[in-house]
Structures are given as C-alpha cells and as structure tokens.
Ligand binder design. Sequence first.
Ligand code: F6P
Length: 474
Amino acid sequence: MGDFDLVVVANRLPVERLTAGTTTTWGISPGGLVSALSPVLESRNAVWIGWPGEVGEVGASFPVNWEGIALKPVLLSEDERDEFYLGFANATLWPLYHDAIRSPTFDRTWWHAYVDVNARFAKTAAETAAFGAIVWVHDYQLQLVPKMLRDLRPDLRIGFFLHIPFPPRELFMQLPWRREIVEGLLGADLVGFQVPGAASNFSRLARHLVGLRGTDSLVDLAGRQVRVGAFPISVDTGRLMERARDPAVQTRALQIRSDLGDPEAVLLGVDRLDYTKGIDHRIMAVKELFADGTLSAGRHVMVQMAVPSREEDPHYQREREHLEQLVSEVNGEFADVGHPAIHYLYQSVSFDELISLYLAADVMLVTPLRDGMNLVAKEYVMSRIDATGCLVLSEFAGAASELRGSLLINPYDLDATKNAIRHALEMDKTEERARMRRLRRIVRRHDVHRWASSFLVALDEQTASETPEGGQRH
Ligand code: F6P
C-alpha cells in the first residue's frame, strides 16, 4: 500500500524523453490527457503511473515529479513493446474498436503480453494507492487493470474511461478474449465512454456475455453495482482562447496566409497520421473539387498536417506511403508554379503554431472514418474567437453528437463531402457566425475541466453509498 489519494493509470506518462545531441531532457508527451487532468491532480495528493514510451530503464534523468504530479514509470521490454503496445493494443484492439477499418490480428502471444503488462500496471497501482484512494484507469491498453486491481486492493474506488470508440456487439464478439476484457472492465465502480452509444454497447455485452442483470447505466454484479455512462471529453477552452488572442499567434496566422499566397480560402486538416482519420477520403474529395473547377490553385489551398504516429507499424507505414502518393498526384495534376493545391506536412507542431493554423483556416476538415471524440474539431471551434470559420465534421466522430452546428458528413460519401465543402465555401457570413457561435457555446459549457470533475463526482457518488465500515469492497 502507498500513500497517494488519487492515482492516474494510463499507458503513457505525461512526459517523454527529448534528446538533442548528447543532452537528454524530459518534456510533455503527446496527447492531451495531461492538460485535461492537471487541474484535478495538482490540487490533490496525486500520482501518475504510465509507460515512458521507450524500452528498458529510464535512467537517472527521469523526473519523479512533473508540475506537482508525482510520476511512476512502468517499464516495458522490447518484446513487450512489440507484443503488448504495437501488437495487442494497436494491431488487435485499435482496429477492432474502430469498425475493423483494418483487419484486427488475433495472436495468442500478444494476448499473453497484454495480460502480463496489465498485471504490472495493476500491481504498481496497488503499491502506490493509499487506503480507500481513487484510481482512475485510462483507455484500451489497460482494460484488464480494473479487475486485477480490485482483486489486489478491494478497498480502492476504481474508475475506468475509454478514450476510443467501443464497438457494437457484432464486432466485439470476434475477439477470442472478449469475456476477459468485459470482466476486466467490470472490476471498476464506474466505466465511462465518450458517447451514450458506446456505453450501451458495453452494458449490453456485459449482460449478454457475463449473464448479468442491469440496465444501460447500471450493471449488477452479484451485490456490487457498476455504473456505466457517457462522459464526452473536451478541450481546455480557457487556454485555447488565451493563445488565440495572443498577438504573436495572430500575426503568425496572417503570415501563414501570406506564405500560402493570400488565397480566397484555406482548407485545413490536422490529424495524427492514422488510417482511422479518413485523410485519404478527404483528399479524394478535394481532388475532385479541383477537377471540377470548384477549387483552383492560387485561389484555394489545402493544408494537411499529418503528425507522425506509431511509425513502427506496417499499417501506418503503408498509410503514409498511400497519402504521400495521393498528395503528389493532386499536386501533379492541379498545382500551378508557386501554388500547390495541397501543402502536406508530416511533422508535429507546437501548440502556438497549431492555433495559428486554426486561425488561418477558413474551412476545417475533420473527417475520420471512426473516432472516439476528435479534439481537433473542438480545438478549432475554440480558437475561432471572432466566430468565423466552418467546420466540416464526420458523423462518425464522437464530437458529432455534440457539435450539431457543424456541416456533418458521411466521410465514405464523396459527394456529400464535396457538397459540404462547397457549402462551407459559399456560406454567407451570417450563417457562418450563427453556426460558429452555437458550436462555441457548446464546447465552452463542456470543457475539459468539467469532463474530469464530472467523472470524479460520478465515481464519488457511485462509491459513497458502498463504502462499508471496515473499508473493504467486494
Ligand atoms: O486516442 C487514443 C490514444 O491512445 C491517445 O491517448 C494518444 O494520444 C493517441 O492515441 C496516440 O497514441 P500512442 O500512445 O500510441 O502514440
């Protein structure tokens, strides 16, 4: 037993090693979870347990504390990185949970690595948490942790949040270890999802596979109740607006437009380079709009920012080659000298540069084939402080259930995507502002701090009624 009152367990730590020549420092790692959780963690006696993103020991430079949050690394060997992270998490669960856009691979060796690594996370959490502490477990890499942890420490209050979609029963049933995963999650007191549909997919599976009684929001496990619900994640609206108001960020946005040749309209895509993001479908739609004359180089330009991700995975390598081929075809056919049709950047950008890009873009294209939430859509909306700009959004992103004022499309339907882009380009300013104001109101009301606190309040409520005198939970 440890002495931390709040324990966050996530596959990645909020820090990663940054190497410049022979110098090693540690900086904030990719993903927005740390900014989401910092406010709730800083005010409590909290620790974050996670993988540092590299194999083997972390060495003496590892920071034991990051901005007031204690850090505890869980180490992976090279085989575990391959079998647990690249294998079971990202080549079995990731595609299966994203509509099987790529065929999931079912490999028993990977499954054993998943069990072993989840057990290591659970053991570390058990050693770190104080009596009766809250443990908040995150995401698809760690679905066995809730049950493993409850077996070790029945006194803990355990919450689990899934950041990615949870598939419908027909797909989930393909998984050879489906029952173990559902039972793993049911170890939590509260299981949270991005959208209500995912929550009910899970509750139905729990009833069907484990034979439990209950409703879509409460599952009964022989005397112990597990609450299930939707907690749509969001962005740090205050920080986004503050950066968007910064004169240097605004000047940079003007500079970007000028570097792009001051076109009539800038279309923007910002994604991790991932086959779930629908980048190729989006580029095909843009290509056809160049072909039919709706768009023309010099007057219009698309900027596609593709952030490198999971580069060791052959699916991601193939996706990169495919996109780069597609972009060069579009530019080959439709660019003018000095005026590309598409600017493609395969790199990460700083937060300020990202906000400048959002400010420079008239039309934001967020067209994933399936996405748990998609925070780019919400970031764009909150960066548009003058309430201009149009958001074209896939109905298969979790964000679509909240952002009804966007131009919603089925990304598989090229004509619908083209029509939405046309609509965005032709939209009068009154409609544009009305839509953007509506979107901004929604995101501002449900920002990331509210997401974190509503999850923790729900966990408190769920467990308050159940804490027995001796502190043991069953
Ligand atoms: O969206 C799920 C997620 O795991 C995020 O938490 C993370 O930022 C992103 O995918 C990239 O994941 P990885 O840790 O594999 O780089």
